[in-house]
Design a protein around this ligand. Structure first.
Ligand SMILES: C[S@@+](CC[C@H](N)C(=O)[O-])C[C@H]1O[C@@H](n2cnc3c(N)ncnc32)[C@H](O)[C@@H]1O
Length: 263
């Protein structure tokens, strides 16, 4: 039986590579993609470029899963944490950290051809999300995949209502960028159609899937999975279905896009 979601993946217990793939719908999607990439490359390690990869939430488990990962991030501090995390997890050789901006991605990594390019939690912060998507697409090898995670607009509405912040909830709903006000640390949130349109607008990527990330997992009360309640596998199976089922999908706190650069 797989261990509990809440305490493993986000704790990045990378020595347990299996949990990376089993406990999270995005991780499972990436695992399938990387298995195919490995086969295309005759068994060689898949090349992953993690743009805005930060301190390695995704990069370190992916390196533990046998990928060659390059992280590009504008923050020197985040990269320092990444390097130390990678060292502690015994995967330093599989993780390259490069300080750079998505706006100048080619300057940071040259003419990369990655089997998988991640932009997780990045589009919410950049100046020009369309240009960021184009740069990410250019870094993918022909036939390679792009994985994007963005903050969902509707989940933010619900979380503000639950907190009693009704004015902010309304603002997230009506604001063109899905922001609750001037103090909002995110520059944008999106719904399914907005992210799909953005990714396809550059003409370099075809969206294969849009799914919700952690649609229901965070609603399970603390302790339920640990103390003889439903098994974490049951939660993973439920999450798998909910991730692709509107309107549940549309209300996820993060929306995941898997897109591909044509051969
Ligand atoms: C919310 S964190 C996401 C980190 C990681 N991808 C994850 O999913 O946990 C956003 C990261 O994007 C980086 N970032 C923001 N703007 C950037 C830019 N224009 N170019 C490259 N990295 C950027 C930040 O430094 C930060 O590490």
């Amino acid at each position: 039986m797989a261990p509990c979601v809440r305490h493993t993946f986000y704790g990045v217990s990378v020595t347990r590579a299996a949990s990376f793939a089993t406990l999270d719908v995005v991780a499972r999607t990436l695992r399938v993609e990387l298995t195919a990439a490995r086969a295309r490359r005759g068994g060689a390690a898949p090349r992953v470029l993690d743009v805005g990869g930060g301190s390695g939430t995704w990069a370190v488990p992916l390196a533990a899963d046998g990928c060659e990962v390059t992280v590009v991030d504008s923050s020197a501090n985040a990269l320092a944490v990444l390097r130390s995390r990678a060292r502690e997890s015994g995967v330093a050789a599989g993780v390259r950290a490069v300080q750079g901006d998505v706006d100048a991605l080619a300057d940071a990594v040259g003419d990369t051809e990655a089997d998988l390019v991640l932009g997780h939690g990045l589009l919410e912060y950049v100046d020009d999300p369309a240009e960021a998507c184009r740069a990410i697409a250019r870094a993918a090898a022909p036939g390679g995949a792009v994985s994007l995670l963005v903050a969902g607009r509707f989940a933010a509405v619900l979380s503000r209502v639950v907190a009693g912040r009704l004015t902010e909830a309304r603002q997230v709903l009506v604001d063109p960028c899905g922001r609750w006000g001037e103090g909002d640390p995110l520059r944008r949130r999106m719904d399914v159609e907005e992210i799909r349109t953005l990714v396809e607008a550059g003409g370099q990527l075809a969206v294969e899937r849009v799914q919700g990330h952690r649609v229901l997992a965070d609603l399970v009360p603390d302790g339920v999975l640990e103390h003889g309640g439903p098994s974490p596998d049951a939660l993973a199976e439920l999450e798998d279905v909910a991730a692709g089922t509107p309107p549940l999908r549309d209300m996820a706190s993060k929306l995941h896009v898997l897109a591909r650069r044509p051969d």
